[in-house]
Design a protein around this ligand. Structure first.
Ligand code: AMP
Ligand code: MG
Length: 337
């Protein structure tokens, strides 16, 4: 007889990851590996090959770490979308094999919704506005009438991709975000004036939406024109994070909600976390950020959402299990509290 743990597989982009929740939905840390190209961006085919290479070792590892047998697994969840097609297919294929082999239900889940649900679980918040800032996605989301609605989002590239591209142009490999954070902080601590003069960039806010490609071009030009890299990293963070926080604040105001939740890899950033704290304090709201291991892409959030879907009586027949690169946050019905 199958057990009652839910296993989750994440494979939307650079990371292949297995995660677990127990019968009561309690998360366990993931077992993951991330492709880090030495030059250029993430190539979907190369990332997919990476995922296939690592899948069995990571699966073995997570079962061993948690002292589980395959017979303890009662359902298998996977990221059905959105993401890079080739990468998503590796996770879906692994999930279908595990489902068949163990004769357990298959549950395809929405990657963006998984970021929200692991954040709610970890932070204990109830009905937040989510600022979802990752490599490929940048969205401000709130729950209304059984869906997570996208109130604002990037019109061009994700904020993380923008940071990674800026970093790559200066010889910093993927992921560039953490290095930009470090360079910005170093420059900030060494320069007591912190004047924005000469470091101004276009503003990314477009109504409730955001746009980052113009900011990227302008930041690259500043360095080309001789501004110190650290100074531009600082200015870039200040500009794009305030733009995100501004849209998030307007979302809080319009919806009347009083919790802000951060999610996605860029939510690891301390400056962004502190800007969210400041804004939330100013309007008598609370800001939450999950532990960093649950901000970056991870299998545990997929297992957690699989557990919620299973509790709501849903699973995914094989005929409906194809991946959807363009799955939207608001396509997934939310029926749990
Ligand atoms: P995700 O797509 O959610 O896995 O997140 C990956 C993205 O998060 C990449 O674009 C990284 O550069 C970015 N990232 C990770 N840590 C940080 C950080 N400390 N500051 C800014 N961006 C970060
Ligand atoms: Mg993600």
């Amino acid at each position: 007889m199958a057990g009652d743990w839910v296993l989750g597989i994440e494979s939307t982009a650079h990371t292949f990851s297995f995660g677990l929740v127990d019968a009561s939905g309690k998360p366990r840390p993931s077992s993951s590996d991330t492709l880090r190209p030495t030059h250029g961006g993430i190539h979907p085919r190369e990332a997919a090959d990476h995922h296939v290479d690592y899948s069995s070792a990571l699966l073995k590892n997570i079962l061993e770490e948690n002292d589980l047998q395959s017979s303890d697994i009662g359902a298998i969840a996977y990221s059905q979308g959105p993401g890079m097609g080739a990468c998503l297919r590796t996770g879906a294929a692994a999930a279908r094999s595990i489902s068949t082999h163990l004769d357990i239900p298959l549950i395809g889940v929405n990657h963006c919704v998984a970021h929200i649900e692991i954040g709610r679980e970890q932070c204990g918040c109830d009905d937040p506005v989510l600022l979802y800032v990752s490599g490929g996605n940048t969205q401000v989301i709130a729950r209304l009438d059984g869906r997570y609605r996208v109130l604002g989002e990037t019109l061009d590239i994700g904020i993380g991709n923008m940071l990674d591209k800026f970093a790559r142009a200066h010889g910093i490999p993927f992921p560039g975000g953490p290095v930009i954070e470090k360079l910005a902080l170093e420059w900030y601590s060494q320069n007591s004036e912190h004047s924005m003069e000469g470091l101004e960039l276009p503003y990314a806010v477009r109504g409730m939406d955001l746009a980052f490609s113009g900011v990227l071009t302008a930041a690259l030009k500043l360095v080309e024109n001789g501004k110190p890299l650290g100074a531009v990293c600082w200015s870039l963070q200040e500009h794009v994070f305030s733009a995100c926080v501004e849209v998030a604040e307007r979302a809080l105001s319009h919806t009347g909600k009083n919790e802000l939740l951060l999610g996605g890899g860029v939510a690891c950033n301390n400056r962004l976390r502190s800007m969210c704290q400041i804004m939330s304090n100013e309007r008598d709201s609370q800001s939450f950020a999950p532990p960093r291991m649950y901000c970056i892409d991870n299998g545990t959030m997929i297992a957690r959402l699989g557990w919620l879907e299973q509790g709501a009586g849903r699973n995914t027949p094989f005929a409906m299990s194809a991946i959807d690169q363009y799955l939207r946050t608001d396509q997934t019905p939310i029926t749990w509290s």
